[in-house]
Design a protein around this ligand. Structure first.
Ligand code: IVH
Length: 676
C-alpha cells in the first residue's frame, strides 16, 4: 500500500530530528536529549521504514549498520594527492620553519605569520567526497596518490554526515581528516576481547586502521570510530573562504566534526605556547595525539609557499618527545636485511611504553652498541616515538649485574652461513652471500611486494618465507612464474587462496615507473627518490644508461646515491632480473615514449654551449638512451658536435677537423625522431 503523505512527513520529520541530534552530540558535543530518547526516535523511524521499504533512502540515519561483506577493496585515485607533513622535533626546528616561511613570503623579522594550530591526531587519514552535499565515497590515504575505497565503512561512522547540513556547499567537495578509535572505546573493546580469548589490538591507531579495513562493514558499524576533519582536498563548483581557519569553521556549520582545541594565532611564539599547552592537555584527551600541526592560515600565502615532493612548505608537525620505558636486555640477535646488512636487534623483557608492549628494539649497528656501552643483562632505557621502531637509548649503570655477556658480531651469516664482513672504516657489517642468502632473498621479495612497491596483496611474510624455504623462488622476478600447482602444495594454501595470489600478481604487473624503480630496492633509493628519478628520466632505459654526473642532476641525488644507482644498473644480474620482469609483463604507462636503445649505437656526440630547451645533462641522458656515446672532447672520431649558444673552442676544433655540427633544433629533431 502506498504510504500516505502523513507517513512521508513523519519519516522526514524523524530524519531531520535524528540528524540534528547526531550533529549536536558528535559535532558540537552539546546533547539536548538522553541516549534513551535518541534510541526511541531511531526505532520509530526504523519501524516506519520497515513498513514502507520503498521510502528508505541511502542517507537515512538508519542506514549506518553496514552492508554485505566485500570481496576486496577497489582502488581510488585521489584527484589531488594526499600530502604528508614535515616534522619539527624541538623549538629550534620550529623557529627555522617560521624563518623559512617569512623569507619565502618576503616578510620582515617583525612580521607575525597567522598560523592555525591543531592537535595531531594519531589515527588514520581518510578522504570523504561529497557530491551535491551527499557522501558518495570514502577512501584511505594509501600512498597519497592511490588509496582504497572504504565507502561502506565510513558510512557506518555516526559522526560523518551522509548529507551535509546547511547550504552553499561546492557541488564537489572533498573533506579530509583523521579517523580515530576513542581511547575509552578502545579499552572497553580490548577488555572484552581479552575475556573472550580473542585478539587484542596493540593501540588505538591499529584498531582504527583494522576497523576501517574491514571487508564486512557490519563489524565496522559496531565499533565507535569517529573523525576530526582537518582540511579540504578537491573543491569544484563553489567557493570556500580564503583562510584555512574559516574553512574549518564553515565545515563545522555543515555538520562536519572539527577539533574544538584548534586555535588561530599570530607568530611562532604563540605556536610554541600552544604546543606546551597541548602537552599538558594530552593525558586528559579521549584520543591519542603525537604532536601538534601548524598551518599558515592564509591560502594566498600557502599558494606562494608551495610544496616539496610530498609535503607542503606551509605546514609542519611539531612532534611530542618520544615516550620512554625501562627493561632488561635479555639477548642480542642479528638480522640480515635486503642488502645484506647484518643488524643487531635487542631482545627485551616485554615492557609497556606509551600503551604498547615492546619486546624488540633496534640497535642499528655494532658502533651504536659500543657507543651506548651495552652488555647483555643490562637494564636499558627504551624510547618509542609514534610509529617508529623503538630504540635503545642507554642503560642504568647502577643496575648492571655481575654476570654479563658481551655482544659479538657473528663471523658468519645467521641465515646462510656465508662470511660476514665489516670493511675497515664502514659502520655496517654485511653478509657476503648475496642472492645465495635466503634472508636477503626474502627481504628483497618482501620489499618488492610491499605497499609502496608493486603492492602484491596477500603476499605476506609467512608466505614469502615458505616460497623461499621451499625453493620455489629465488628472486622477485620468479614470483611471476609461480603456478597454481606449485602453490597449492604449500601449507595452508587452498586453491582459492592460490588463485587469489595469482590474480594479485597479475594485477600488480600494471604499475607505475616510480613504483617499479622503488621496488628494485636500489640502496639509498627510497620512494621519493624513485619518484624524482622517474620524473627526470621519464623512462627506464634512459635511467638505466645514465652516468653518475647526469644522475646528480636529479633533485635529492648526491654523489653517493648517484654512485649506488649507476653501480646497480652496471650489474648484469640486476639487468637480467629487470628484463625478466618486463618479459613477464610488468609494465607501466610510459610518461613519454622511450626511444630505440640502438638507434645511435656507435656514434659519439659532444655537447657544447648553452642549450635553451633542455639542460646539457638531459640532452646527454636522452642521447645515451638511444645508444650514443657522449664525450667531453672533440676528436676526429666524433660523429657530431651539438653547438648551443655561445659555443667556444670545441666548436672551432670541430670545424677544423671537419666534424659534422648540429644546432639545438636539429638535436631535438633527432631525439624526437628516435623517440627519446
Ligand atoms: S594536515 C598537507 N592536520 O598526520 C596537510 N594532518 O604526518 C596534510 N594528521 O597524513 C595533513 N592530525 O593523517 C594534518 N590536524 C592535522 C592532523 C594530520 C593528524 C595526520 C594525517 C597526515 C599525517 C601527516
Amino acid at each position: 500500500m502506498a504510504a500516505s503523505k502523513k507517513i512521508v512527513d513523519e519519516i522526514n520529520r524523524l530524519r531531520v530530528e535524528l540528524d540534528r541530534h547526531n550533529y549536536l552530540y558528535h559535532t558540537l558535543d552539546q546533547s539536548e536529549i538522553s541516549d534513551a530518547e535518541f534510541d526511541r526516535l531511531f526505532h520509530q523511524l526504523k519501524a516506519l521504514e520497515t513498513e514502507h521499504p520503498e521510502l528508505v533512502t541511502e542517507d537515512s540515519p538508519t542506514q549506518r549498520v553496514g552492508s554485505a561483506p566485500l570481496e576486496s577493496f577497489s582502488q581510488v585515485q585521489h584527484e589531488m594527492p594526499m600530502l604528508s607533513l614535515d616534522n619539527a622535533f624541538g623549538d629550534e626546528d620550529m623557529l627555522d620553519f617560521d624563518r623559512r616561511v617569512r623569507a619565502r613570503l618576503e616578510r620582515s623579522e617583525e612580521y607575525r605569520v597567522r598560523y592555525t594550530c591543531e592537535p595531531k591526531i594519531d589515527g588514520v587519514a581518510v578522504s570523504l567526497m561529497y557530491e551535491n552535499g551527499r557522501l558518495v565515497r570514502g577512501a584511505t590515504r594509501g600512498d597519497g596518490t592511490t588509496g582504497e575505497d572504504i565507502t561502506q565503512n565510513v558510512r557506518t561512522i555516526e559522526s560523518i554526515p551522509l548529507k551535509l547540513h546547511g547550504k552553499g556547499h561546492p557541488s564537489r567537495l572533498e573533506i579530509r581528516g583523521e579517523v580515530y578509535f576513542p581511547r575509552s572505546g578502545f579499552d572497553k573493546m580490548n577488555a572484552e576481547a581479552e575475556k573472550a580469548g580473542q585478539k587484542v589490538f596493540a593501540n588505538p591507531r591499529n584498531a582504527a586502521a583494522g576497523t576501517l579495513r574491514q571487508l564486512d562493514s557490519r563489524l565496522t558499524a559496531k565499533r565507535p570510530l569517529t573523525m576530526f576533519a582537518y582540511s579540504v582536498g578537491l573543491v569544484e563548483g563553489g567557493e570556500l573562504p580564503a583562510a584555512h581557519s574559516d574553512i574549518l569553521a564553515i565545515l563545522k556549520t555543515w555538520g562536519i566534526r572539527v577539533n574544538p582545541l584548534i586555535e588561530t594565532v599570530e607568530g611562532v611564539g604563540a605556536c610554541l605556547e600552544y604546543y606546551e599547552r597541548m602537552l599538558i592537555e594530552r593525558p586528559s584527551l579521549d584520543y591519542e595525539i603525537d604532536g601538534v600541526v601548524f598551518k599558515v592560515d592564509n591560502l594566498d600565502e600557502q599558494a606562494t609557499l608551495g610544496m616539496l615532493t610530498r609535503t607542503p612548505r606551509w605546514a609542519i608537525a611539531h612532534k611530542f618527545p618520544a615516550e620512554e620505558g625501562i627493561t632488561i636486555l635479555e639477548d642480542v640477535e642479528f638480522q640480515v636485511g635486503r642488502t645484506g646488512a647484518v643488524t643487531p636487534v635487542a631482545r627485551l623483557q616485554p615492557v609497556q611504553v606509551g600503551g604498547v608492549t615492546i619486546s624488540n628494539a633496534t640497535l642499528h649497528n655494532m658502533d651504536e652498541i659500543a657507543r651506548l656501552d651495552l652488555v647483555i643483562g643490562d637494564t636499558v632505557v627504551i624510547q618509542r616515538a609514534g610509529d617508529v621502531i623503538p630504540k635503545v637509548v642507554g642503560f642504568v649503570p647502577e643496575k648492571r649485574p655481575k654476570k654479563t655477556r658481551m655482544v659479538e658480531l657473528p663471523g658468519t651469516c645467521p641465515a646462510c652461513g656465508s662470511e660476514v664482513l665489516k670493511p675497515e672504516g664502514e659502520v655496517i657489517a654485511r653478509c657476503t652471500g648475496g642472492l645465495q642468502c635466503s634472508a636477503q632473498r626474502k627481504e628483497s621479495i618482501r620489499h618488492f611486494a610491499s605497499r609502496l612497491a608493486l603492492d602484491i596483496e596477500g603476499l605476506g611474510d609467512k608466505l614469502v618465507n615458505q616460497l623461499v624455504d621451499e625453493d620455489l623462488i629465488e628472486s622477485p622476478a620468479d614470483l611471476f612464474k609461480l603456478t597454481e600447482a606449485q602453490l597449492v602444495k604449500l601449507e595452508r594454501m587452498a586453491p582459492k587462496s592460490a588463485n587469489n595470489l595469482l590474480e594479485a600478481l597479475e594485477k600488480s604487473k600494471i604499475t607505475t615507473l616510480p613504483r617499479f624503480i622503488y621496488s628494485l630496492g636500489i640502496q639509498e633509493v627510497g620512494e621519493s627518490t624513485a619518484r624524482n628519478l622517474a620524473q627526470f628520466f621519464k623512462g627506464l632505459d634512459v635511467l638505466r644508461s645514465a652516468d653518475e654526473e647526469t644522475l646528480q642532476e636529479v633533485p635529492d641525488v648526491g654523489p653517493v646515491v648517484a654512485q649506488k644507482i649507476a653501480h646497480f644498473f652496471q650489474q648484469d644480474v640486476n639487468n637480467q632480473v629487470i628484463n625478466q620482469f618486463i618479459a613477464s609483463g610488468v609494465r607501466w604507462e610510459q610518461e613519454e615514449e622511450t626511444g630505440d636503445p640502438e638507434a645511435l649505437l656507435g656514434e659519439t656526440y659532444v655537447l657544447t654551449g648553452t642549450l635553451s630547451s633542455l639542460t646539457r645533462n638531459e640532452a646527454k641522458a636522452r642521447l645515451q638512451s638511444l645508444g650514443a656515446r657522449v664525450s667531453g672532447s672533440v676528436s676526429a672520431k666524433t660523429s657530431y658536435v651539438v653547438a648551443g649558444d655561445a659555443a667556444g673552442s670545441k666548436l672551432t676544433k670541430a670545424q677544423s677537423l671537419g666534424v659534422a655540427i648540429m644546432d639545438e633544433d636539429a638535436l631535438i629533431e633527432l631525439l624526437e625522431k628516435h623517440g627519446a
